[in-house]
Design a binder for this molecule. Structure first.
Ligand code: NAP
Length: 522
């Protein structure tokens, strides 16, 4: 059966649009769903969100909005099995990989429901204490953070149709800002189903949550200066978005999460046979294969001491060889498909580019696919190793969005850090070592070019949250090539959906302005 992903704007499901885009099963090629072309009624729908949606949301306290998030979570939890089924069919993911998206989204929603409850009856936030501006102390300045007047438009990437929605929508709705979500077309079905389930449950006020599927045409034109835009996707689309007049001229606040050449570093103390070495190998294999490498945080560059590069390569290759690739419906499949044939082509092109400067240490393509054939978007994992560390360039600039990582041999820690910075800004760098002093030094070295630095020693082998997993308590985003954005990080996420204003006036008036606020702190 083909589902039509109709748009929900202005508190109404739109019907009657012609199917322009189709969504397919990347393993079987079956058509699953369809979406229309350019959306009708964007300006009116956005205006409805800004007025009706925002008014209803902002009439509530943080605590009341947090309760709504909890109710939405209950609705979604009751339909988890449906979401896993959609994910399997439309993203070609194994159950574990579907869980990262589906349950990761629900976990993040629940996390913000809990954080919001603690904000209680407030409707705005105070940022810091009042500053005294006059000798008699009567004239002061108090920074106040109030919910943005506009709406939040989310334009998302294909790889996280659930998590990508909720990691953005939860802090926005908690802030009292209405959401319009535009999922990537190729996997929009899951996002659409989740939005539909929450809308049908009648938990959120009309205009609080809207969805546009199928075409991005006109979305940016419909933005007005107080709106905010959060984009996740490729650097090319990000560059086009930055040049749109809504952003370039009207200063719509924008957050961008784009390509990232993340690094995973093995400390030079971690020789073969040590627990840290084994940990590094296990984690690298996991990161290469989770969601077939289609995570923005996956370590594309594996920096290892050059003396152990061969040993790392052999250990990783041995484990990759044990992972069967194919149809996620088959019980023995450890890694499913890429999201589409177009992504398969893109991965193959990227591999060809990297192979100009790197040798193949492992290529799983000799193994037959399980219950899938060459018409599917399945691709085997590949491990490469650069031939000349200092001369290699593509490995630091071209993100292959698939199960591919490249070993790079470094001389010493300073060299490793310098190579890491060559990614020109990434979401995450991880370091594995049994030397806390070395880990601490790397933290300071890597932080300027990485949004998150993930330190791993054998002591936290079982408890560490994983190089690629984005936890809502930590910020997600990175400088430079990674887009320069910042999301999540607990209550820090709320800042994007609030306006900070310096309120200057008599101390007595400021005291009154602080009624119904709570302190913005972490
Ligand atoms: P994409 O082609 O840039 O598409 C991303 C989104 O932008 C989709 O919803 C797409 O809609 C929309 N879009 C395309 N052209 C647009 C335009 N001119 N104006 C407005 N919106 C437009 O990226 P993708 O292929 O889906 O995602 C893969 C990339 O995303 C990878 O490079 C990966 O690194 C990056 N990514 C980054 C993060 C992160 O957190 N940093 C997370 C995930 C992915 P359609 O689908 O309808 O074309």
């Amino acid at each position: 059966m083909t589902h039509f992903l109709n748009n929900y704007l202005g508190g109404q499901w739109q019907s009657g649009a012609a199917a322009v885009h189709t969504l397919t099963d990347p393993v079987t090629g079956e058509t699953l769903a369809a979406a229309g072309g350019a959306a009708a009624g964007l300006a009116e729908g956005f205006a409805f969100a800004r007025t009706e949606g925002a008014k209803a949301l902002q009439a509530l306290t943080y605590g009341q909005r947090a309760a709504m998030l909890s109710e939405a979570l209950k609705v979604l939890q009751a339909k988890r099995d449906d979401y896993y089924a959609i994910s399997l069919a439309n993203s070609g993911t194994t159950k574990a990989d579907s869980g990262i998206d589906v349950d990761g989204g629900l976990f993040t929603l629940g996390y913000y429901a809990k954080l919001g409850t603690a904000l209680g009856d407030a409707r705005a936030l105070t940022d810091g204490a009042a500053a005294v501006m006059s000798k008699d102390q009567l004239f002061q300045s108090q920074h106040l953070m109030v919910p943005a007047r506009g709406l939040a438009l989310f334009i998302n990437a294909f790889n996280f149709p659930s998590w990508g929605l909720w990691e953005k929508a939860a802090p926005a709705l908690l802030s009292g800002v209405p959401v319009v979500i535009k999922p990537a077309t190729v996997t929009a079905w899951l996002t659409h189903q989740m939005v539909k389930d929450v809308v049908d449950a009648g938990i959120l006020p009309p205009g609080a949550l809207s969805i546009v599927c199928g075409s991005s045409a006109g979305l940016l034109d419909a933005l007005t200066p107080f709106d905010v835009l959060s984009f996740t996707g490729s650097a090319d689309t990000a560059a086009a978005i930055r040049m749109h007049p809504a952003i370039a001229r009207d200063s719509v606040r924008v957050n961008i999460e784009a390509d990232s050449l993340n690094v995973s570093i093995l400390g030079d103390d971690a020789l073969p046979g040590t627990p840290a070495f084994d940990l590094y190998v296990d984690n690298l294999v996991r990161e290469i294969t989770i969601k077939s490498g289609q995570r923005c945080t996956a370590p594309r560059r594996a920096l290892v001491p050059r003396g152990v590069l061969q040993a790392v390569g052999e250990a990783v290759a041995g484990k990759l060889a044990a992972i069967r690739v194919g149809n996620p419906r088959h019980a023995d499949t450890g890694m499913g498909a890429l999201v589409s044939r177009a992504q398969l082509d893109s991965v193959r092109e990227g591999l060809a580019l990297l192979r100009q400067e790197a040798s193949v240490m492992f290529d799983g393509s000799a193994q037959p696919l399980l219950d899938a054939d060459e018409r599917s978007a399945c691709v085997a994992p590949t491990l490469l190793a650069v031939r000349d560390t200092d001369a290699a360039t593509a490995v630091h600039s071209h993100e292959v969005f698939g199960p591919v990582s490249t070993l790079i041999g470094y001389r010493d820690s300073a060299h490793a850090a310098e190579l890491a910075h060559r990614g020109l800004g990434s979401l995450v760098a991880s370091v594995t070592s049994d030397d806390d002093a070395l880990l601490a030094r790397f933290a300071h070295e890597l932080a300027p070019s990485h949004g998150r630095v993930h330190l791993v020693s054998p002591a936290v082998a079982k408890t560490q949250t994983g190089h690629g997993n984005v936890m809502p308590a930590s910020i997600h985003g990175g400088p430079g090539r990674a887009g320069g954005g910042e999301e999540l990080g607990g209550l820090r996420a709320l800042a994007f959906y609030h306006r900070r204003s310096a309120i200057q006036g008599p101390a007595t008036a400021l005291e009154q302005a602080k009624v119904g606020t709570t302190a913005y702190g972490y």
